[in-house]
Design a protein around this ligand. Structure first.
Ligand code: BDR
Ligand code: CA
Length: 316
């Protein structure tokens, strides 16, 4: 199996990502690290531990990470993910504590200890990852690639042009993009398309298996889009799609393109500027080419394939 580490802000759809990762036979989830994003970091840690327990994976190390972005104050997404960050479903408190080392230390330890290069899957603001890359740059020698949920080629969600994870900590995203390791961007353009039909959500909600039932309850909290099959509210897989893209890369169509994060104050801040022009334009002719990171940008996704894969894995 592929050794993976998820860095998350659990988070309704981060939970859907964890439930998939622990059960997919092709993935070896070696650790989970937590960062402020959808809710405060202590809430993220609690939610993450609870989800792992429900999935029968209560032994995976969980690291508590950054309380706030590198420069900005923390700004939660409670209006999307509920006051507790997990849809206010009244989930039980976890039975264990996080690891006694912080997220960055845990990331370093697990990456360097892995017998095979690790794939990192950030599904949250990139603060922990930026701190890791700056504090322990030697980790890149044992990172296979980083597949992150964040950014958008077209339309944003936190602002008209910026996606939440990148908008929450744009400087951290800029550090990631220039890390010098292969990067895949699973942005809003594909993220928003992977939706589980309402009938499947209802079946999961009625499941006797705790992990699958939790997945159903979480999906029901995320009526993401009109049901492709009828009137039942369908649920968006969100961050879980990024983990599907690691387990089954053939379902994601990518193109290697220059990507830059806008760090400017004002309306473009946090935008991922993806250069899809077929040839250089006037600015390059007059000013020379800017140095930009090349990223494998997700442009299309096989929705049915990922929904089937996720359901088959989580339902077992
Ligand atoms: C991203 O922000 C969070 O609300 C979701 O968990 C996802 O990671 C979408 O913009
Ligand atoms: Ca997330």
């Amino acid at each position: 199996p592929i050794p993976v580490i998820i860095d998350c802000d659990t988070g309704v759809d981060d939970a859907l990502a964890l439930l998939f990762a622990v059960r997919h036979p092709g993935l070896d989830l070696r650790a989970v690290t937590c960062v402020a994003g959808n809710t405060d970091v202590d809430g993220v840690v609690r939610n993450t531990l609870t989800v792992l327990e429900a999935a029968g994976a209560g032994d995976i190390p969980v690291g508590r990470g950054a309380e706030r972005p590198l420069i900005e104050p923390a700004r939660s997404a409670r209006h999307v993910h509920g006051l507790d960050g997990m849809g206010d479903l009244g989930l039980p408190a976890p039975n264990r504590n996080p690891a006694d080392v912080d997220a960055v230390t845990l990331l370093r330890r697990e990456i360097l200890a892995s017998p095979r290069p690790v794939t990192l899957i950030p599904t949250a603001p990139l603060t922990n990852i930026a701190l890791l890359l700056r504090t322990h740059p030697e980790v890149t020698r044992n990172i296979e690639r980083i597949v992150f949920m964040g950014g958008a080629v077209a339309t944003g969600n936190a602002t008209p042009v910026a996606e939440f994870n990148v908008w929450h900590d744009p400087e951290a995203a800029a550090v990631l993009l220039t890390a010098g390791v292969p990067i895949t961007m699973y942005g809003l353009d594909v993220f928003q398309r992977v939706v589980v039909p309402g009938a499947d959500v209802r079946r999961l909600q009625a499941s006797a298996e705790p992990g699958a039932r939790l997945a159903g309850r979480l999906l029901a909290h995320r009526p993401a889009a009109p049901d492709p099959d009828g009137d039942d509210p369908a649920g968006g897989l969100g961050d879980a799609g990024a983990v599907c893209a690691v387990a089954d890369p053939a379902g994601l169509t990518t193109q290697r393109l220059p990507v830059e994060v806008s760090l400017a104050p004002g309306p473009s801040r946090g935008q991922t500027i993806v250069d899809r022009r077929p040839r250089p334009g006037e600015s390059e002719i007059h000013e020379g080419a800017r140095e930009q990171a090349l990223v494998d940008v997700g442009l299309d996704v096989d929705v049915e394939r990922y929904v089937k894969l996720w359901l088959a894995t989580v339902e077992g």
